[in-house]
Design a protein around this ligand. Structure first.
Ligand code: HC0
Ligand code: SF4
Length: 569
């Protein structure tokens, strides 16, 4: 153990502890900007400096370890002055037009400047300007980048893609797409993890909110919105609503207040995906030993990853479209017929925890209705928060409302899609029923749950052993695929989600700087599932009706035409 004094408090910590962590034992949270635990501990911003008494030194606390006898001051006049100057230097290279920044009110740099009472800039402000494709789902503002390196680290260490890198040197140092590529040329999965780990507004998602308002203003258009499973766990995180009041039905009421004509649930089409995907899996599984597992295909970040990194393996993806896209197609075929309107008059909006879903909706081959696009616009959970704020909704006066029918019924199995392992668990519940004619215990497959990046299980379904694996985070996906290719492991069915923890930790979810919230949000989805009477996709009455009245049976010719894809661009 190591003994030291921090701000006059004696602390004893393990050898190898950083000064920043040791300070917590003295009750001090040292300010930081670039630091991310286990990811970015490089002292780039120099905000976490502390004074080491007796040495005349200011050192960064995130990447310097404790030593016996150290006397540290975390907020001495020297520290305060240097920290302030460091913030001013960062601001001098940052376009701080806070009022028009998407991260205004949720920016660590803005918070820090304010808390240090920096109201004037002593230096000349000069920042880098560089053009960016405004249509691309991921947006980068060079003017706002503070070179904290977090995006580089998360993309390298968690996603194994290395899209970002430091370019140039000296005062021209910048963060840009690596290897001199444009973002379109790079293999970006569009997972958005760089956005949720950016402390300022340098990385953002394309803003499509105005397109939604324009559709709402057109009286000839019927606006239909679907809400993804993981959105309900996080939509109110940055709104002033008590967590216990932030129910799914309050979110539905807010969407109606905003002005959508029909508010539906992606959990419904998650159930539809299960019908198609579980049937597809069983067809493959019962046809003989599987050479390679079938991969789930509902995460567009993962689909982009496999297309760019392992193109030979694309043929092992399930052909079932994602719930988002199945919903769009059903809304503009089956539901258009129910409403007796031209599908081109339906404007379909998705609220997703995801940035890659914006790209998915634009893939030409995934659109199968008669309208130009099945899903017209994708808004992130953060976008929903902005729409709610601009509506100025008084939540204490808003009554909960239920989803509209018939595309508003989703099972508990559909709800857990938003957590890593959820698609697998939901598919196994229905696969078991399809094979045995009996429902399994609803929690029979819960061993696939958890936050570990790569998990595996085997299950017995009527004497057949099904070997499954679940991974989240693309580095884990890469490890799993490499092990499959080396034949070190073999599975029948594999679920992969690009974001750590699955969509709950998606790149479109609210940002709480420095916090990973996927696990907490996943727990909410498991609670929703547990409380529901309807826990199997195949028992969803709206799903049964869609097949009875329209699609026939899972994997029918019409189902294939509308609900499956060849994964072409
Ligand atoms: Fe997901 Fe989905 S679970 S990918 O994370 O399958 O975005 O929440 O909507 O489509 O349902 C995201 C979340 C979805 C889809 C569903 C799947
Ligand atoms: Fe999007 Fe979910 Fe995939 Fe992340 S895990 S890229 S949020 S679909």
């Amino acid at each position: 153990m190591v003994n030291l004094i921090i701000d006059n408090v004696e602390v004893e910590v393990k050898e190898g502890t950083s000064i920043m962590d040791a300070a917590k034992f003295a009750g001090v949270d040292i300010p930081r900007l670039c630091f991310l635990k286990d990811l970015n501990e490089i002292g780039a911003c120099r905000i976490c400096i502390v004074e080491l008494e007796g040495t005349n030194k200011l050192i960064t606390s995130c990447n310097n370890k404790v030593e016996d006898g150290m006397v540290i001051r975390t907020n001495s006049p020297r520290v305060r002055k240097a920290r302030r100057t460091n913030i001013e230097f960062i601001l001098a290279n940052h376009d701080f037009k806070c009022a028009t920044c998407v991260r205004s009110g949720n920016c660590s740099l803005q918070d820090m400047a304010n808390s240090m009472s920096i109201f004037n800039m002593p230096f000349e402000v000069k920042y880098e300007k560089k053009a960016w494709n405004k249509d691309f789902p991921l947006q980068k503002s060079f003017e706002k980048c503070i070179k904290c390196m977090r995006c580089i680290q998360v993309c390298n260490k968690v996603q194994s893609l290395g899209i970002w890198d430091v370019v140039n040197s000296g005062y021209r140092t910048s963060v840009d797409v690596s290897w001199n590529r444009t973002i379109e040329q790079a293999d970006c999965s569009l997972c958005g993890q760089c956005i949720t780990h950016c402390p300022v507004g340098a990385l953002t998602v394309r803003n499509d909110i105005d397109k939604v308002y324009r559709a709402m203003e057109d009286p000839s258009i019927v606006t239909v919105v679907q809400v993804a499973p993981a959105v309900r766990t996080a939509w109110a995180e940055r709104l002033n609503i008590d967590e216990k009041d932030a129910s799914t039905n309050l979110m539905v009421a807010a969407l109606k207040k905003i002005g959508f004509d029909y508010v539906f649930d992606t959990n419904f089409s998650a159930d539809l995906t299960i019908m198609e995907e579980a049937t597809e899996f069983l067809n493959k599984f019962t046809a003989g030993p599987m050479e390679f597992p079938m991969f789930t295909s509902c995460c567009p970040g993962w689909v982009r990853f496999i297309k760019s990194q392992y193109p030979d393996l694309v043929k092992y993806l399930s052909t079932a479209k994602s719930p988002q896209q199945m919903f769009g197609t059903i809304a503009k075929t089956y539901y258009a017929k129910l409403l007796n309107i031209n599908p081109k008059k339906i404007f379909c909006v998705s609220i997703m925890p995801c940035t890659a879903k914006k790209h998915e909706a634009d893939i030409p081959s995934i659109n199968d209705s008669e309208a130009p696009k099945d899903v017209d616009v994708v808004i992130t959970t953060r976008g929903l928060e902005k729409m709610i704020r601009s509506e100025n909704i008084k939540f204490d006066m808003l009554e909960e409302e239920a989803f509209d029918m018939p595309l508003g019924i989703g099972s508990g199995a559909g709800a857990i899609f938003g957590a890593t392992g959820g698609v697998m668990e939901a598919a196994l519940r229905s696969a078991y029923y399809f094979v045995t004619g009996k429902d399994p215990e609803p929690d029979a497959f819960k061993s696939v749950r958890g936050q570990k990046g790569w998990r595996e299980s085997t299950f017995d379904i009527e004497g057949n052993t099904v070997r499954v694996a679940v991974a989240s985070g693309l580095k884990n996906a890469r490890r799993l695929i490499e092990a499959l290719l080396r034949k070190e492991v073999s599975y029948d069915f594999v679920e992969i989600m690009a974001c750590p923890g699955g969509c709950s930790g998606g790149g479109g979810q609210p940002i709480k700087d420095g916090q990973e919230l996927a696990e907490k949000r996943a727990k909410k989805l498991y609670d929703i599932d547990k409380k529901m009477a309807l826990r199997y996709s195949h028992e969803n009455p709206s799903i049964i009706k869609v097949y009875d009245d329209y699609l026939g049976v899972p994997n029918s010719k019409l189902a294939h035409k509308l609900l499956h894809t060849d994964h072409e661009m």
